[in-house]
Design a protein around this ligand. Sequence first.
Ligand SMILES: [Zn+2]
Length: 123
Amino acid sequence: MKADRTTDPRQARLRERLEAIRARSEKSTSWRASTRYLTRLVNRDGFVPVRARLAREDLAFLAGARDELIAFADLGVRLLELHRPQESGGITSDPDNPIQRCRACMWRWPCPTFRAIDNALDT
Ligand SMILES: [Zn+2]
């Protein structure tokens, strides 16, 4: 079966990775209530006396990390939905490998946005 030229296997891989990040974040316990309590325990050196040394900045990060990560994953998925390849049409010297362009930004595929997402998430 001939592959659909308007899909890129890397898109499915990135989407799976973003959705896994989202699912993992949603399953985690929110730190919002804990950080409210832990913030009151910050000693005069600026740390909470638990096994890990948590600075105010760490607590501020942890308080929002879950929601921010979900938002980040949503952004990534949305960008992947927007930046997809399509055949550009027109005359080509190689009819078996027509030039593809991004539906959103019209750059030649893979576009800079897709490459940026790919580079950021590819491990
Ligand atoms: Zn694009």
